[in-house]
Design a binder for this molecule. Structure first.
Ligand code: F6P
Length: 319
């Protein structure tokens, strides 16, 4: 293989730049040329290509976002669109591709493989909702960002003796809410994976109140409930001043944690190794300290379950 391409697609995640850097530098180390595709799958349609050099990935390991830009692309969902994508890459002399992104990006990689383009996927999303890997790139950073926000909100919640509902991202999964909620000492955590009962939440708040606790933090995953409606109900049922704070896109930005830089670097390098070994349709995964790989189609057909023990623990620790 003499030339490969790399792209980032879907929601950006801190650590994607570390992965891009590792792909580019590992490939160049093995005398393989690298093309950077800008704006993900959209860039494949539009031939938005740039030649990557050692210097083009200098000074990015500590930066959030993605230097290659990202997008969500409808045209790529059609078979004509995907054929155009592969034709454009072939015209450029590209013989293999590394894609970095979440669920939609991984599905795109399967389709490119079916069209004969060797493709390796790196799971990069703050949501951590990709099966078979203990963590996705960006997850560790977002947990730290959310915990930092909880700590700050707790200061004002204590001062005003208020209840705070904090909505966090995660699409349809509750990983961010659960782990950040546990680490941030939340009184209640509401996630899509566990049936929720507002009366239990109210009971917890009132119990705390009886023993002199005048503030409470409730973490709500965006995919679980309507946080606005929930906040209103909590306020009505407890009679306490209740505020909603939607953390939003602040969760996607910021400098990646050391863990995400390591994960991005290891997975990026391994993606190139796999392409050079003639592999395709593989997804990288973290298993303890090891980087492994799985068939993408098989991996995404598996289910990824949240740690119910953590959910129970959060309940015990918040009494
Ligand atoms: O998948 C990452 C994520 O940040 C989700 O947590 C969130 O639901 C979604 O992307 C938001 O997507 P968009 O950037 O298209 O608004």
């Amino acid at each position: 293989m003499r030339k490969i391409a790399v792209l980032t697609s879907g929601g950006d995640a801190p650590g994607m730049n570390a992965a891009i850097r590792a792909v580019v530098r590992t490939a160049i180390y093995y005398d393989v040329e690298v093309v950077g595709v800008r704006r993900g799958y959209l860039g494949l349609m539009e031939k938005d290509f740039q030649r990557m050099s050692l210097g083009s990935v200098a000074d990015i390991i500590h930066r959030g976002g993605t230097i290659l830009l990202t997008a969500r692309c409808d045209e790529f969902l059609s078979s004509e669109g995907r054929e155009k994508a592969v034709a454009n890459l072939r015209e450029e002399g590209v013989e293999g591709l590394v894609v970095i992104g979440g669920d939609g990006t991984l599905r795109g990689a399967i389709e490119l493989h079916k069209l004969g383009l060797p493709t390796i996927a790196i799971p990069g999303t703050i949501d951590n909702d990709i099966p078979c890997t203990a963590a996705t790139i960006g997850y560790d950073t977002v947990i730290n960002t959310v915990v930092d926000s909880i700590d700050k909100i707790r200061d004002t919640a204590t001062s005003h003796e208020r209840v705070f509902v904090i909505e966090v991202m995660g699409r349809r999964s509750g990983f961010i809410a659960l782990e950040a909620g546990l680490a941030g000492g939340a009184e209640s955590i509401v996630i899509p994976e566990v049936p929720f009962n507002i009366d239990t939440v109210v009971k917890n708040i009132k119990r705390g109140n009886r023993r002199g606790k005048k503030h409470s933090i409730i973490i709500v995953a965006e995919g679980a409930i309507d946080a606005m409606e929930f906040t209103k109900e909590i306020s009505e049922k407890t009679g306490l001043e209740t505020r909603l704070s939607i953390l939003g896109y602040i969760q996607r930005g910021g400098s990646p944690s050391a863990k995400d830089r390591l994960l991005g670097s290891r997975m990026g390098a391994e993606a190139v190794n796999l392409l050079l070994r003639g592999e395709s349709k593989k997804m990288l995964a973290m298993d303890g300290e090891m980087i492994r790989n799985f068939d993408i189609e098989w991996a995404i057909s598996q289910s990824k379950t949240i740690h119910l023990d953590d959910y129970r623990l959060a309940g015990i620790l918040s009494i």
